[in-house]
Design a protein around this ligand. Sequence first.
Ligand SMILES: NC(=O)C1=CN([C@@H]2O[C@H](COP(=O)(O)OP(=O)(O)OC[C@H]3O[C@@H](n4cnc5c(N)ncnc54)[C@H](OP(=O)(O)O)[C@@H]3O)[C@@H](O)[C@H]2O)C=CC1
Ligand SMILES: CC(=O)[C@@H](O)[C@H](O)COP(=O)(O)O
Ligand SMILES: [Mn+2]
Length: 395
Amino acid sequence: MTRKKITLLGATGSIGASALDVIARHPERYEVFALTAHRQNDALFDLCHRYRPAYAVTATAEAAMALRAKLMEAAVATEVLHGSEGLTAVAQAPEVDSVLAAIVGAAGLVPTLAAVKAGKQLLLANKEALVMAGQLFMTEVARSGTVLLPIDSEHNAIYQSITRYISNNLSACGVRKIILTASGGPFRTASRKSLESVTPEQACAHPNWSMGRKISVDSATLMNKGLEVIEAHWLFDMPPERIDVVVHPQSVIHSLVEYVDGSTLAQLGNPDMRTPIAYALAYPGRIDAGVKPLDLFEVAQLTFERPDRQRFPCLDLAYQALRAGAAAPAVLNAANEIAVEAFLDRRLPFMRIAAVISSTLDQAAAHEALGIEQVLEVDRQARQIATGMVRRYGA
Ligand SMILES: NC(=O)C1=CN([C@@H]2O[C@H](COP(=O)(O)OP(=O)(O)OC[C@H]3O[C@@H](n4cnc5c(N)ncnc54)[C@H](OP(=O)(O)O)[C@@H]3O)[C@@H](O)[C@H]2O)C=CC1
Ligand SMILES: CC(=O)[C@@H](O)[C@H](O)COP(=O)(O)O
Ligand SMILES: [Mn+2]
């Protein structure tokens, strides 16, 4: 069997760790071609030592020099690149079969799009890329013929629950609705008053998933679900009124697809990202992911609630941005990234995250964000506005 060569963008993160865990279980199937990091250079060295990729990518030339020296001393033959050119090079290298996009935030857009342009099979975790530039992204996917496999657990569940016997058009397949499940986050039952003083540590303590800090805060505000509504819109070509959100605190049903004949199909499993990652790596086959099978007697109860749109206004801000279209989702994403960073730095109270995003959406100039340069310019301007808003609403 020829081994699939994988570039892992964002190898030092939470998705990176889950992906490498699955890959390491199947050395006969997968070969790590490139690993990338941003701040965690020592962790990148350890990964190179263990997985012996052909390439590693660091953020800066200085970091690359330091890593090269350590690798040479350890007799590891990995070549080190750096910066955005380095990321693009390993996303597009002719030897690469699949790119797993797990950089967090807007920083993932350019290298992920580079992989699409080169027609690589794309295993997509970086939802922000689709939120910022969905139209452009999906146009490139169609042009290059990239096979795009979602890793985000909800979208992976939907992908698994769609029966595509007839067509790639979901309406033609009888799909009426997509239903995204949300855990409700760590503050699902918290009073509005208590939300005013919650800390980053509390916000990052997700009840079911172990994830990076940015997405953990997004889950706590329900912006994660808002971003996922936009992600689902682009991945499955569904209008916003046919994408619902239901709070399901156990995170066992990862999402559902409702059909016109009254059937609702869903994918279930223990909350562990190795399942969707293994699905995408092995597609269209299946491989062991190291995940414990679901024990329904242990789960015992699956419960459902409506999201509380008053306590968690970020969900509706995302629907609004999706309906507004054009550059609004890119503005929403940029403002959210600035607000979440400020909250994590204790410069902005939790309950002001939505205010920063809403005011930024109001103030940002209307743009028809078409090309990548325009999207990046919208992102830059929105960050500037949102930074001003953080000062206004800040702690
Ligand atoms: N974690 C999860 O379970 C899930 C995550 N996702 C999505 O996957 C993506 C990754 O999430 P997660 O793994 O939790 O995030 P982490 O914060 O754990 O990891 C982020 C990765 O991106 C790298 N990175 C950060 N900033 C930059 C930058 N400016 N340029 C290049 N690389 C950068 C980090 O490098 P370093 O650490 O070296 O600084 C790290 O490797 C996000 O888009 C998230 O929404 C989706 C579903 C589930
Ligand atoms: C694992 C995953 O896909 C995350 O996006 C997860 O869904 C976050 O949980 P919430 O449902 O709380 O947003
Ligand atoms: Mn998700």
